[in-house]
Write a protein that binds this ligand. Structure first.
Ligand code: 13P
Length: 249
């Protein structure tokens, strides 16, 4: 049985005191042990977030990392640096990174390898643009992003992979995929994994939906058969909203 996951992607939001306040608020809440709850503050606050959550079951994820072990990569953060502060989870391939920071399929493949070499768990993001959906190309785009980033992995490595389908047209726009659209894509994703690997592996992979998930729409989306929770942007910055979304999982 796949566990539900609700992950908050804080993006480039929250200074130190705002980070402290939000984590304090989240720590006061009680969560079902059936749901994994993750937060991903900015790099500057990851160590603090780890310390603050050490007694809670909040998990802490980084929003990105570099594929190289170390070296002359000004401004970058390596997997072993994250590991050294106890961060074992990383979001890779977010559409904002793909669009603005050259996270190409090839670059992401390197990051996936580096994360797995460091025994890290990955939330691997992908999703189509509005133009892809309008031209009915969305399944092909998603397939090509998943296969480029992940289909060279052996079956065992998939125990470290969480998928996040985030249609770009739904991110930060207030427009969500309908529950049916989400279910249709998630079922498709599972089918291509089953074809490439096998059904038991496809059934075991958690597939999150992301894109304008709010308290008002979370349960309709999360109740779909192949939707295992969500990757939440804006609504993860408000403890009450995030809590309501967690409770919908
Ligand atoms: P919003 O929930 O703000 O649309 O952002 C989704 C997202 O990009 C999460 O990674």
């Amino acid at each position: 049985m796949r566990k539900k996951i609700v992950a908050g992607n804080w993006k480039m939001n929250n200074n130190k005191s705002e980070t402290t306040d939000l984590i304090e608020s989240l720590k006061k809440l009680t969560f079902s042990s059936q749901v994994r709850v993750m937060i991903s503050p900015a790099f500057t606050h990851l160590a603090q977030a780890k310390e603050m959550t050490s007694e809670s079951h909040l998990e802490v994820a980084a929003q990105n990392m570099n594929a190289s072990k170390s070296g002359a990569f000004t401004g970058e953060i390596s997997a072993s640096m994250l590991q050294s502060i106890g961060v074992n989870l990383v979001i890779l391939g977010h559409s904002e990174r793909r669009a603005y920071y050259n996270d190409s399929d090839l670059a992401l493949k390197g990051k996936v390898t580096a994360a797995l070499n460091n025994d890290m768990e990955i939330i691997f993001c992908f999703g189509e643009q509005l133009s892809d959906r309008k031209s009915n190309n969305h399944f092909d785009v998603v397939k090509s992003q998943i296969s480029a980033g992940l289909f060279d992995l052996n079956s065992k490595a998939w125990s470290k992979i969480i998928l996040a389908y985030e249609p770009v047209w739904a991110i930060g726009t207030g427009e969500t995929a309908t529950p049916d659209q989400a279910q249709e894509m998630h079922a498709y994703i599972r089918s291509i994994i089953a074809k490439k690997y096998d059904h038991s592996l496809a059934d075991a992979v958690s597939i999150l939906y992301g894109g304008s998930v709010k308290p008002a729409n979370a349960s309709a989306i999360f109740s779909q058969r192949d939707v295992d929770g969500g990757l939440i942007g804006g609504a993860a910055l408000k403890a009450d909203d995030f809590y309501a979304i967690i409770q919908s999982a």
